[in-house]
Ligand binder design. Structure first.
Ligand code: AVJ
Length: 322
């Protein structure tokens, strides 16, 4: 007999501290090198645009990661082990985990997300869709302390962190995020993580400058969001999307470049931008397989197995406690 989805679904609210959008934006724009944190891309419009980016011809990471998981599912399941507790920090719409569930058959799936309503909706949908699955949703900020809502000892804990989200963090910060995940999965646990690889600059530049203009809209949507939510007066036309591969630092950088000398007001504050001055909006670090494994080692992980696609565009790693 299968239990109804309401019996298999639980919700735990860890009451994440809401960072203040206004405070963060004013702080970022006041810096000598102005920036906006990439987590602010994902309002409703931004999330919709991100989906479009993922489906664009030029943005290879999503489809490549999906195909790596599909093509290696049996091997992945064997390495992760049956009967695990599957935990996903920053689960969003739980799209990619669907690729694992039927083959992995975890004891429970624990999505962790900061956005409460969205998390509840998506987690409940998943419990209805997979009629055998226990879903224990946790509302929390995964960039802070990661704590499971209940004590688990004997069960094998596996974290899932796809999409090369780790690339958004500078290496030092990435190490502390990995350490946090390592502490959460414990001694016998592991981490299945997607990591975008270094490659020819032309492929990378195209992926962040899609012809349909979704990435440009995604980047510039920050200005619309700030105007709408904070009553600012950014001139949408006076900033330009600029994304490029920084070869030396091995990262894509996204910026909003001021096309002229101009002033922007938020509250009673005025921000001056000179022509060609830019606001940094995102880093997306790219790794070599060895380079990522070294980073993981610095966080106390050891690489158990790595899967890549034929063209070596993207990688999926299983890391265990060393
Ligand atoms: C979701 C952070 C992995 O860095 O490629 C896509 C976000 N930004 N296009 C990435 C993104 C511009 C994406 N991550």
């Amino acid at each position: 007999m299968t239990k109804s989805s309401s019996k298999r679904y639980q919700f735990f609210d860890q009451h994440p501290e809401m960072s203040d959008f206004r405070v963060d934006i004013i702080q970022g724009l006041s810096a000598v090198e102005p920036y906006i944190e990439p987590k602010y891309f994902y309002d409703e419009t931004g999330s919709r645009l991100f989906e479009k980016i993922c489906n664009s011809d030029e943005y290879y990471p999503t489809r490549t990661e999906v195909s790596i998981i599909r093509n290696n599912i049996e091997d992945i399941v064997e390495v992760l082990g049956k009967d695990c507790l599957l935990i996903e920090p920053g689960s969003g719409d739980s799209y990619k985990v669907r690729l694992l569930l039927d083959a992995l058959r975890p004891i429970a799936y624990l999505p962790i997300d900061i956005s409460k309503r969205y998390l509840q909706d998506e987690a409940q949908k998943l419990a209805a869709e997979f009629t055998w699955l226990n879903v224990h949703a946790i509302c929390a900020d995964f960039t802070g302390k990661l704590e499971l809502p209940y004590h688990v000892e004997s069960t094998n804990r596996v974290a899932f962190f796809p999409g090369s989200t780790i690339g958004n963090f500078a290496p030092e910060q990435a190490i502390s995020v990995l350490k946090e995940i390592r502490a959460m999965v414990g001694e016998k646990g592991g981490l299945l993580i997607g990591v975008d690889l270094q490659k020819e600059a032309s492929i990378l530049n195209a992926a962040y400058n899609d012809k349909a203009g979704y990435t440009e809209k995604f980047n510039k949507n920050l200005l619309l969001r700030i105007n709408r939510e904070l009553g600012a007066d950014f001139n949408y036309e006076a900033f330009q999307h600029h994304a490029f591969y920084n070869k030396k630092q091995c990262r894509i950088e996204m910026h909003l470049v001021s096309l002229r000398d101009q002033k922007v007001n938020i509250d009673n504050k005025t921000f001056q931008f000179e022509k060609n001055q830019s606001i940094l909006t995102e880093y997306s670090h790219k790794y070599s397989i060895d380079g990522f494994q070294e980073l993981a080692e610095q966080a106390g992980f050891q690489s158990k197995k790595t899967w890549v696609d034929q063209d070596q565009l993207f990688s999926v790693h299983y890391l265990v406690n060393s």
